[in-house]
Design a protein around this ligand. Structure first.
Ligand SMILES: [Zn+2]
Length: 69
């Protein structure tokens, strides 16, 4: 169990680092500021409004992402 805890802690630290980096840039951590989620190999997905980022509702800003948490 020690190993699992270590991995979990490492992941948490990594996520926190990522979040503070995104906060600095003012970008939504979920979509990296793009406002939508794109999947490799599905280019048509770019034109679908259903893929708007649920974290920031498509704005791509950290402020909106933070407000919606
Ligand atoms: Zn987003």
């Amino acid at each position: 169990m020690g190993l699992i805890n270590t991995i979990t802690e490492w992941n948490t630290a990594r996520q926190e680092k990522y979040h503070s980096k995104m906060k600095e840039k003012g970008l939504c951590p979920q979509c990296k500021g793009r406002g939508f989620h794109a999947y490799a190999g599905h280019e048509y997905a770019f034109y679908s409004s259903t893929l708007n980022c649920p974290g920031c509702e498509g704005s791509g800003t950290y402020a909106d992402w933070n407000n919606l948490q």
